[in-house]
Design a protein around this ligand. Structure first.
Ligand code: FMN
Length: 149
């Protein structure tokens, strides 16, 4: 199953830590959406989208990419890191992305979300939240998630 993950990871590289571990364990192509915003993924069977969570959503660059370049009918999955992973907060994270992938008749497989060190805005004043995240366990869990897709 040929797989590509289109990602955006700018705050602390938290999301990229998961992806690098996945790439070390499995066959996958990583595409940084900021460097290759028009990447052609038509030759892949499965497309992952990975992003830090910004303002309760994935990066707008990811949404734009999915809207403009995700081919119809692919299998898709989502990976994210966030400062607050409460169940209620998580509900919104992939909502807009899922609407786009559903609109393109893509088959949703699963999603993985974990904490990522967050020093945004006022959190910087207290040294940040979710320090030390993603942990080794969270990184391993993302590798298992990918392996079990
Ligand atoms: C501008 C900005 C907005 C953020 N908004 C949220 C948010 O709404 N909810 C949340 O849980 N975390 C939020 N965070 C924290 C990030 O999601 C978290 O630190 C994530 O791990 C960043 O991923 P990255 O290092 O891969 O970019 C925000 C961070 C930044 C910089």
């Amino acid at each position: 199953m040929k797989t590509a993950i289109v990602y955006y990871s700018k705050h602390h590289g938290n999301t990229l830590k998961l992806l690098e571990a996945i790439k070390a364990a499995d066959e996958v192509t990583l595409i940084d959406v900021t460097k290759d915003p028009q990447a052609d993924v038509s030759g892949y069977d499965r497309i992952g989208f990975a992003s830090g969570i910004y303002y309760s959503n994935v990066a707008k660059q990811i949404l734009k990419y999915a809207e403009e370049h995700l081919p119809e009918g692919k299998e898709v999955f989502f990976i994210g890191t966030c400062g607050n992973n409460s169940v209620s907060a998580q509900k919104t994270f992939f909502k807009a992305l899922r609407e786009i992938t559903d609109g393109k008749k893509c088959k949703y497989l699963n999603e993985y979300i974990c904490l990522g060190y967050d020093t945004y805005g006022p959190f910087k004043l207290v040294g940040g939240i979710a320090k030390g995240h993603p942990t080794e366990d969270e990184i391993s869990a993302s590798v298992s998630f990918y392996g079990n897709l």
